[in-house]
Design a protein around this ligand. Structure first.
Ligand code: FES
Length: 133
């Protein structure tokens, strides 16, 4: 099994590691195949994801796909981010060995879970902004 140079680079120097204290959406997911877990935080402004961070307790492919997904979603609208697939993340990394494709599902699911959380909280946030006016 061989990883692409890009996977190795994102594994060794992952981008956007950590958490966003005042995140607008937080996703928590676990991989049923291996038990690894991922948390993904997003900050949204005017329906655009302006920041994304992650914490992954998992294998190299999970760390690299988490890193790449946070890079890919920054600057995208929430709707655009919802269409981002695990395959697109793997392709952006120059591909993943077939046996590690399940790891990329964790990144896609963590992103969707964070967006779900954002959408659930959104009415409250709009109400909060109106109260401040
Ligand atoms: Fe668990 Fe890759 S082996 S996410």
């Amino acid at each position: 099994m061989r990883y692409s140079e890009k996977v190795m680079e994102h594994f060794k120097n992952p981008r956007n590691v950590g958490e966003i204290k005042d995140a607008d959406g937080i996703g928590h997911v676990g991989n049923p195949v291996c038990g690894d877990i991922m948390e993904l935080y997003i900050k949204v402004k005017d329906n655009v994801i302006v920041d994304a961070k992650f914490k992954t307790f998992g294998c190299g492919a999970a760390v690299a796909t988490s890193s790449m997904v946070t890079e890919l979603v920054k600057g995208k609208t929430v709707d655009e981010a919802l269409t981002l697939s695990n395959k697109a993340v793997a392709e952006a990394l120059g591909g993943l060995p077939q046996i590690k494709m399940h790891c990329s599902m964790l990144a896609e699911e963590a992103l969707k879970s964070a967006i779900d959380d954002y959408l659930k909280k959104k009415p409250a946030k709009i109400g909060e902004a109106r109260r401040k006016k």
